[in-house]
Design a protein. Structure first.
Length: 237
């Protein structure tokens, strides 16, 4: 059972998230900042080096925007925004996570083609981004992360599939999601713990299934509106 984090755990969580963000940004920022090292004897930078710097800066900016949304305070914490569109969310994820080896797309056969235009409350959006980030870690050799969403009968539902050669979800990520303390976490597993905290806050239900070496499926069910209020009343009772 989860309990409220102590001051020490809250500080450690902040440290772990900061370490994770820095780890994911340092490579791109380092290249973008190394323009002096890329100059030739005549103090010029060739077009290939400039393109590398520009791409590194773009990648760093995209990752920073992703982390700001997923882990930051300034979306619904201070009234800036209460919701975001799923289309914007997918664009954010693609910019930060997609690469030449990794694609992010809507699941083929999704009947709700208008779903990307629908809005999603910020807390649920943050959880979805965290799960997408965890899904990319299930694809060490690259592949495709696909998302399918729906909303019906008081539930927001999502399926995130990571498909590719060697697909597997590290046990450490699963353990971090359900653990009640951040004592034994690392910067790599802290996202799972954070997602677990968000899930508890939202009364979300998460499921994991896999075909080892081929794909990993993550299913999410989040009560909305009256359904969530009923859940709160049940907990209080």
């Amino acid at each position: 059972m989860r309990t409220a984090p102590t001051d020490a755990e809250a500080i450690q969580l902040a440290q772990l998230l900061s370490s994770r963000i820095c780890h994911d940004l340092i490579g791109s920022i380092g290249i973008a900042a190394a323009t002096d090292d890329l100059r030739d004897a005549d103090n010029r930078i060739d077009e290939e080096a400039l393109a590398l710097v520009a791409e590194s800066a773009r990648a760093a900016a995209a990752r920073l925007a992703f982390f700001r949304f997923a882990f930051g305070y300034g979306q619904n914490g201070n009234g800036v925004a209460a919701s975001t569109s799923l289309l914007s969310l997918l664009s954010l994820a693609r910019g930060a996570l997609a690469s030449s080896r990794l694609r992010i797309e809507w699941m083929q056969g999704d009947a709700a083609r208008s779903a990307p235009e629908h809005s999603l409350p910020i807390p649920e959006a943050r959880l979805l981004l965290c799960l997408m980030l965890i899904a990319t870690e299930a694809l060490p050799r690259g592949g495709t992360v696909s998302i399918k969403v729906s909303r019906a009968q008081g539930w927001f539902k999502a399926r995130i599939r990571a498909a590719g050669t060697g697909a597997h979800l590290p046990q450490s990520s699963l353990d971090a999601y359900s653990v009640g303390s951040c004592v034994d976490l690392t910067p790599r597993t802290v996202v799972g713990y954070y997602a677990g905290r968000l899930s508890a806050q939202l009364q979300a239900q998460l499921g994991w299934a896999s075909e080892p070496g081929e794909r990993v499926d993550v299913t999410l069910r989040v009560p909305v509106g009256d359904k969530r209020e009923q859940g709160r009343q049940h907990v209080c009772a």
